[in-house]
Each structure stands twice: as structure tokens, then as C-alpha cells.
Design a protein around this ligand. Structure first.
Ligand SMILES: [Zn+2]
Length: 72
């Protein structure tokens, strides 16, 4: 069996259990389901939330409007 190129979550750096279909993509980068649910439960301005915002900003650049309109 040849080694498949598995996607890595750009937030936690892990390979999602169900590969490409586990999570969502943002600008071609994968955010795994685990991180997605972590974010959905994170309180606004909590550490988890702020860390996630840092990841997303690094993907979409300075346009903060992008993730408001496209992620949620
Ligand atoms: Zn993740």
C-alpha cells in the first residue's frame, strides 16, 4: 500500500481521522473537525478562541471581514 499524502490541520497540525472530509477548508487549508468543534464551543475572547483567530488571520491575511462572512 503506497503512502497517501494526508492533509494536516493548519491549526493543530494533526491529520484528521477522516482525512480530507473531516473539517472544512479555508483558502485551501484544512481545519479539522476537532478544531472546528473546539472553536464552536470556545467563549469569545477565550484563549482557544484567540488562538484560532490567529490561525485564521494567518490564512486570510488582514481582511478580518473574510472569516466573518465565509467561515460562520
Ligand atoms: Zn485541528
Amino acid at each position: 500500500m503506497s503512502a497517501a499524502i494526508l492533509p494536516l490541520c493548519c491549526h493543530c497540525g494533526k491529520t484528521p481521522r477522516r482525512g480530507l472530509h473531516d473539517g472544512f477548508r479555508l483558502r485551501g487549508k484544512l481545519i479539522c473537525h476537532g478544531c472546528e468543534s473546539l472553536l464552536s464551543q470556545a467563549e469569545q475572547n477565550s484563549l482557544d478562541y484567540l488562538e484560532f483567530m490567529g490561525t485564521i488571520r494567518s490564512l486570510v491575511g488582514r481582511s478580518g471581514r473574510f472569516w466573518r462572512e465565509n467561515v460562520w
